[in-house]
Design a protein around this ligand. Structure first.
Ligand code: HAM
Length: 417
């Protein structure tokens, strides 16, 4: 029996990979315009990075991590997200000693053992940006504006920016007490995980996916009512900067995010009930990971969900042609000439193909049609003797006489039409 890909994973086949490349080009272009540079971190890390960073009481750590012992007996985890590894690398390589802020971007696979459903995969991919070293609300707004720019470039409309403020450890303490007080009466009706969260990390109950817990927290007090002056000012400033950039937003006190490292600003882009991307400030994570006390903010955008949304909105990513010229041939001499010519033209960045299936000319041309070659040419005895051939433009059948030794002419016709 043939082996299938594991549940929750997806092959990105050639008929789809061009879309990923297109998105990546846009991400890179936009990130570069903000002065961000790429970081690539390993696919696996020491488990402790995530238990410490993402938080022991989160769903991600408690239920979703791909964790195993390697042959040396070390506990290893496939990364469930990109922020903690970027922070680990930043600290490990002392990038904090360089000029700040440090602006990084990445594409990463992320692994979470989640229930298989629409927009939820066990291996998904994120485009992410992290800015280390600045505690200014202007950088939170800038991070959000990167997402807005990406959507603009793609023509995505209708996604709603939801913002909230999670406070600092000081305001969180006060809020935790209020939340506990509210939940006390419903303790027995909470799921088992939430019962254990009640003492350890009450706030995480707000993020539980169980229906009965969702019902209980519906009328819970909201953190925005408990934030200190400093956090309140930060939130007000964020809104000033968003308005200055013309970015619409909605204050949503129920955005609490599923990871523990957040403080102050948190946000999600929601479209049709689906969270397309999310992020926020995490001013304590760098220190938590052994670095200096240094603020940070970032976001992660799910690429599969973005592609899904583009599809639903009827936004078509242009399919690139992948062959400019197909050179057909007759006989061995013709084939040798074709092999020689494609080799020369490829060095000039012309995408070429010739026959490798020992086909006759007719099926060769049929194949050229199927792969949608922009131009075709056939090399037979006649062409070799005269050193001349016909370049056929497949879109309208127009033919252009070319000299086989005039590479510049061939290049010009193909690239300029
Ligand atoms: P997150 O909200 O867990 O945040 O994930 C970011 C995005 O990844 C989500 O909004 C969603 O689009 C996508 N995503 C998450 N899980 C799945 C899944 N199972 N299947 C498909 N897509 C998924 C983070 O990971 C943070 N590291 C974001 C961040 C960066 N915060 C600060 N900096």
């Amino acid at each position: 029996m043939a082996i299938k890909a594991p549940k929750g994973t997806k092959d990105i086949l050639p008929d789809e990979s061009y879309k990923w490349q297109y998105l990546e080009d846009i991400f890179r272009k936009v990130a570069a315009s903000y002065g961000c540079r790429e970081i690539r971190t390993p696919v696996f890390e020491h488990t402790e990075l995530f238990t410490r960073g993402v938080g022991e009481t989160t769903d991600v750590v408690q239920k979703e991590m791909y964790t195993f012992l390697d042959k040396g007996g070390r506990s290893i985890t496939l990364k469930p997200e990109g922020t903690s590894p970027a922070v680990r690398a930043f600290v490990e390589s002392s990038l904090y000693a360089e000029a700040q802020p440090t602006k990084l971007y990445y594409f990463t696979p992320a692994f979470r053992y989640e229930k298989n459903q629409k927009g939820r995969y066990r291996q998904h991919h994120q485009f992410g940006v992290e800015v280390f070293g600045s505690g200014e609300a202007s950088v939170d707004a800038e991070i959000i504006s990167i997402i807005v720019r990406v959507y603009e470039e793609l023509g995505v409309k209708g996604a709603e920016l939801n913002i909230n403020n999670m406070g600092c450890p000081e305001c969180r303490k006060k809020y935790n007490e209020a939340l506990k007080e509210y939940l006390k009466g419903s303790y027995d009706n909470l799921c088992e995980t939430c019962k254990s969260r009640f003492e350890k990390n009450t706030l995480r109950i707000l993020d539980c996916k169980e229906n009965k817990c969702k019902e209980i927290v519906k009328n819970a007090p909201v953190i925005l009512d408990y934030v200190c002056d400093d956090c309140r000012t930060h939130f007000d400033n964020l809104q000033v900067y968003l308005k200055a950039m013309g970015i619409d937003y909605k204050i949503n006190p129920y955005i609490v995010r599923g990871l523990d490292y957040y403080s102050k600003t948190v946000f999600e882009m929601i479209d049709n009930g689906l969270t397309l991307c999310g992020g926020g400030r995490y001013d304590y994570l760098i220190e938590e990971c052994g670095g200096p006390k240094m603020p940070a903010v970032g976001f992660g955008m799910g690429i599969e969900r973005l592609l899904m949304t583009l599809d639903e909105k009827g936004i078509v990513i242009p399919k690139p042609n992948y062959i400019d010229l197909y050179i057909g041939s007759m006989g061995e001499k013709g084939k040798v000439e074709a092999v020689k010519l494609v080799n020369i033209l490829r060095k000039l960045n012309i995408k070429c193909e010739c026959d490798h299936m020992a086909r006759n000319v007719k099926p060769q041309m049929k194949y050229a049609n199927k792969i949608q070659a922009s131009y075709t040419m056939v090399l037979g005895e006649d062409e070799l003797i005269k050193r001349e051939a016909k370049l056929k433009r497949m879109s309208d059948g127009e033919t252009i006489q070319i000299n086989l030794d005039d590479i510049e002419q061939i290049k010009k016709v193909i690239l300029e039409g």
